[in-house]
Write a protein that binds this ligand. Structure first.
Ligand code: GLA
Length: 507
């Protein structure tokens, strides 16, 4: 595998700050917006692209944000404005928490935060769209969470993540924050990562503190655990390190990012199944169970052929000690793990642990959530096989996009299709609606179509010929949205170009 260098200059979060407008009041911002000031439009173009429609949309959102802030807090506070995008994952699903690569891109939908320094340590948050009730809490070394599932925990996780990184809340003051987002929620497009990162960037910017973007992505990935997800670092890395015009091959431990171009003449169309994949509900439990199954598989594979090295915790570590490569790793998984689900007594015997010890260690996520044995047992063969074959597909996708042969779109699309089959059959994260959407997309001429994100609902991602994207959208509308009587809803389908990562509009 090629290992791109860890290069600070690749991701100029700081440069994005340098292009930002100086701190101002909401009153001034509203005035500049109403006079169509050139520097403001330039800042929006820098973040969203130069098309007049994109700049107009950005100005409209900023207007609503400034009005909301002024009405909720004060029109005369000295404010900063930051943004963090959602992401769509093209290939490499459920590999990140195994330490294995992914290939997402940041999208043009994002979360905007307008913030100012509070007079005390209180953090107050108000949402422009009114989707979330206002929340307030105190900034302190250890911030106690709200009730499980409360949206305010995402704000707390952002603050706690940075405070943990600094080791103290000294020198900080609280924040007044107005938040506006247009990333569809619970759709597999990482609205929660966008939200958390925007809040953290607001804290950094208000306090004029800086973090290297790669380190920021690592800190934010850790902070996700505050909300009980044992997730990997893909969403945070894509949102922070996103590049306009490029998707990202991301490797972990240490975090490394390589921008790659999509095949020429293609477009990415994302279709929402309208099945909610809520991180706070059943999808979270299913997700955490997959994490546990991967850890159990790693332990069983190691027990079957122990290496002299330290016991691997992740499939990436097991792989690294298996020098014979990915193809051979798949063969070894097929030969070592049996297809029947594993029950706790058998696992305890193989791993020479008591069942209680097993429950308390490998079956407990690093967020402290104990994952009970599923009624049919743990599926180790299928889960490990998905992760390793998916890794092989990500590497193959990178090779296609790097060499960019004339049939790159077809070959990349084929890898996406194979990824979907593996997500469905080996990882069991699809659902009937996603299946319908994927087959509608293939019938409508997609080079490749697959579920994206954690699964269990949410969106599909489709690689389509760019000039046929409008017809593709109509065909999927006829095949899926109309029969399900969803065609009246906004935001069913999106054409996304790779967008730039998190940044600062007003510093
Ligand atoms: C969620 C997690 C990510 C990743 C994906 C699945 O989005 O937050 O870390 O594991 O699921 O690929």
């Amino acid at each position: 595998m090629t290992q791109p260098r860890r290069n600070k200059q690749l991701h100029p979060l700081r440069k994005r700050c340098n292009n930002a407008l100086p701190r101002m009041t909401p009153r001034e911002l509203l005035h500049r917006l109403s006079s169509g000031q050139a520097s403001l439009r330039a800042a929006c173009a820098n973040a969203y692209g130069h098309h007049p429609d994109l700049i107009e949309t950005a100005c409209t959102r900023l207007w609503a944000l400034a009005r909301h802030y002024a009405d909720t807090f004060s029109p005369d506070d000295s404010i900063v404005v930051v943004r963090a995008p959602g992401r769509v994952n093209l290939i490499g699903e459920h590999t990140d928490y195994n330490g294995l690569p992914v290939m997402p891109m940041a999208i043009s939908r994002d979360v905007l935060v307008m913030a100012s320094r509070a007079a005390d340590m209180s953090v107050s948050i108000s949402n422009v769209e009114g989707m979330f009730e206002p929340r307030a809490f105190l900034l302190e070394r250890h911030i106690p969470p709200f009730a499980p599932g409360d949206w305010g925990n995402y704000v707390k996780s952002a603050m706690q993540g940075l405070i943990d990184h600094w080791g103290s809340a000294d020198g900080l003051s609280g924040l007044r924050m107005a938040i506006s987002g247009n990333v569809p929620v619970a759709s597999g497009l990482s609205s929660s990562a966008a939200f958390t990162i925007a809040c953290a960037l607001a804290l950094l910017t208000v306090h004029k503190r800086a973090l290297d973007p790669l380190q920021f992505a690592d800190v934010m990935a850790q902070s996700d655990h505050y909300v009980g997800m044992a997730s990997g670092g893909m969403d945070q890395a894509a949102s922070i390190l996103g590049r306009a015009g490029a998707c990202l091959k991301i490797d972990f431990f240490p975090l490394r990012v390589q921008p790659v171009q999509l095949p020429p003449g293609t477009a990415i169309v994302v279709c929402h199944s309208r099945v909610k994949a809520a991180k706070a509900g059943n999808a979270r439990d299913e997700y955490n169970r997959r994490v546990v199954e991967c850890r159990l598989a790693t332990a069983v594979l190691h027990a079957a052929a122990p290496s002299s090295a330290r016991e691997p915790q992740l499939l990436s570590q097991w792989l690294a000690w298996d020098t014979s490569g990915l193809d051979d790793a798949v063969a070894r998984i097929n030969a070592t793990l049996h297809p029947e689900p594993y029950r706790l007594p058998e696992l305890a015997r193989i791993l020479s642990l008591s069942e209680e010890k097993l429950r308390a260690t490998l079956c407990t996520t690093k967020t402290g959530i104990r994952c009970s044995e599923p009624p049919n047992g743990f599926h180790l063969l299928k889960r490990a096989r998905h992760v390793i074959t998916e890794t092989r597909r990500v590497e193959a996708a990178l090779a296609v996009l790097t060499a960019m042969p004339p049939d790159a779109a077809r070959r990349f699309g084929e890898l996406m299709n194979q990824s979907h089959v593996s997500c469905r059959d080996d990882y069991a994260i699809s659902c009937p609606e996603l299946e319908e959407l994927v087959s509608a997309a293939r019938d409508a001429g997609a080079y490749g179509a697959r579920l994206t994100g954690a699964g269990f609902g949410g969106c599909t991602v489709n690689l389509v010929p760019a000039d046929a994207a409008p017809q593709f959208i109509q065909a999927v509308n006829r095949a899926y949205y109309a029969p399900h009587q969803l065609d009246h809803l906004p935001d069913n389908q999106f054409i996304f170009a790779p967008a730039s990562g998190a940044g600062v509009l007003v510093a």
